[in-house]
Design a protein around this ligand. Sequence first.
Ligand code: F6P
Length: 386
Amino acid sequence: MEELGAVIFLKGGHVPRSFSEGGGQVSKRIGILTGGGDCPGLNAVIRGVVKSAVGRGWKVVGIEDGFDGFLHPEKCRCLGLEEVRGILPLGGTILGTSNRGNPFAFPMVREGKVELVDVSDEVCSRIKHLGLTALVVVGGDGSLKIAQELMRRGVPIVGVPKTIDNDLLETDVTFGYNTALETATEALDKLHSTAESHHRVMVLEVMGRYAGWIALESGIAGGADVILVPEIPYDIEKVSQAILERGRRGRRFSVVVVAEGAFPKGGGRVVKEAAGGKSVVERLGGVGEAFSRELGGVLEMDIRVTVLGHLQRGGSPSTFDRCIGSRFGVKAVELIESEAFGHMVCLKGRHITSVPIEDAIRSLNLIDPGGEMVRHAEALGIMLGR
Ligand code: F6P
């Protein structure tokens, strides 16, 4: 591994502001971190950033475990071509990640109690100390909100939109989403045969937090009969009628995809863990079981539930995510070169471009219940719970 001069400064020594200091040759040193939940394609982005930065003669410092890494000197390491060799098809992130390391509300144990402490000053001074010209934040809504706050504190940042949920605005797609869709669609294909053989209702619970994209698109691709998404509160009676109607047409089975954030009309989301305890954000999960109990109350059929869970986040990225992730990485370096700080790379049509981070995080990218994709799903005969 290439020696990082900064390792000395990490232990309190001198930090060159840039590689030009003392040498004469102007170069940049940029940092990269991956924050929030992991997602297929993270390594493709890291590799893309490193390859294109090294190609310009720049140095890259990898910060491990999200923003948390800034608080631990040993978690900042040099990333060269050798470190990113062979990582393109790997799931997860070679840098590690965390969704508990918000520097503006960092959980610390004080006198036996967990308190949320603002450690952003420490993070900013570490970034300065590391001599970083810019920081690439690869993250979803939460990490990019932190990035935006750090920008306001003077840290030059560019963002890369990551999440299987596809819930970020201003990009046609986030990387990782496509792989999650593939996983969910494959699960639906497998559930179909067993549903048909046993004349059962098979319910597949998928992730997505407050957005129903994974459920809707995998449901269309996997030929689901019912798709329930958070954007359309479902009517259990209507769902049951649709399944019975299928029975009358000789279809004695049904496949239902339910997004973890879906909820019945007049009801609430199923929350596994409220925010504030061990978890910084609300953890969803369990709607599959809740829905199946409700359905079992109004329908005389065998019902089984499969929770796809973190399988959607793991594994090798799809071709699409490898390609888009790599290109996002290259574009992030181009943004740094042109000093377009505060911007996030994004896909618009077939082009990789950029938008201000604040536009991407102003709200969530949710399904439009009156939109084209919902209309097309319904035209295919899929029941959306209404
Ligand atoms: O945001 C990605 C995601 O996988 C969501 O779809 C899901 O609700 C959440 O993260 C799960 O988080 P964790 O891994 O912390 O349980």
